[in-house]
Write a protein that binds this ligand. Structure first.
Ligand code: ADP
Ligand code: MG
Length: 227
């Protein structure tokens, strides 16, 4: 029922990246400059203290963009070994459960019936799952459910993880933009999460597919090679 789109690497040139990063970083810096100018004035009083959290937030956002950008520019090394998916999945889910609870989102998880060994790198898989689940949580406005299911395709020799949310979903057009550098619809987003996720998964021989329907939700399907 979902509208499907297979992931493609959308990063074409580093020049494009450099141009957009300059643009993206200028926004939070401009905000911070504005507040600092205010603080310089004679009328400075205790009331200005209320801007401190905003200033810090904008600085953190800038820092975040740079950290993520560096991750792209200089991908961390990884090791292809035999890793167990149930453990990585439950570790990742438990890390995000508090954020889920805070956002009125419950996370349901059906693990692989038995231990599931795949070819991969623990950090790569964990980082990818965290990014995907975090997006799912953020797509839910009031309250909702994330359903994480697992399956094995013996014929293809693949372990399948599907992460489905009943959040706001995406239009066909929006779906096309996922994974483009700095594509975000969030006021505090970086628009780098999906791009990094796609790259990490591909690097270890996995696949990722997004399908979504506006107002209904999104399903992300990730597969890894069984060993
Ligand atoms: P960010 O989360 O910082 O916005 P991402 O690259 O992780 O950047 O995601 C890019 C955009 O893709 C999001 O801003 C959102 O519009 C869309 N998106 C990603 N995952 C989902 C989802 N599960 N449901 C709805 N929209 C999503
Ligand atoms: Mg994200």
């Amino acid at each position: 029922q979902f509208d499907e789109m297979v992931y493609m690497d959308k990063l074409t040139t580093t020049g494009q990246m450099a141009a957009s990063i300059a643009h993206e970083i200028r926004n939070p810096i401009t905000t911070v400059r504005g507040f600092i100018q205010l603080i310089q004035q004679d009328t400075v009083d205790q009331k200005l203290k209320k801007f401190a959290p905003l200033i810090l937030e904008e600085l953190d956002r800038t820092n975040n963009i740079i950290t993520n950008y560096l991750k792209l520019a200089k991908p961390e090394s990884f090791e292809l070994t035999k890793v167990e998916l149930n453990t990585i999945l439950s570790d990742s889910i438990e890390l995000l459960r508090p954020l889920g609870t805070f956002s009125n989102v419950s996370i349901e998880f059906t693990p692989f019936k038995e231990s599931c060994f795949v070819k991969g790198d623990i950090q790569h898989i964990k980082q990818s799952l965290l990014n995907i689940i975090k997006n799912a949580i953020e797509s839910i406005e009031e309250c909702g459910v994330i359903d994480i299911r697992t399956d094995i395709d013996r014929n293809e020799g693949r372990a399948i993880i599907s992460i489905e949310d009943n959040g706001k979903g995406m239009t066909k057009e929006e779906l096309k933009h996922i994974g483009l550098p700095f594509y975000t619809t969030k006021t505090k987003g970086t628009g780098l999460g999906s791009m990094i996720t796609n790259r990490l998964i591909r690097q270890i021989g996995g696949t990722i597919e997004y399908s979504s329907e506006l107002g209904k939700g999104t399903a992300v399907t990730v597969t890894f090679q069984l060993v």
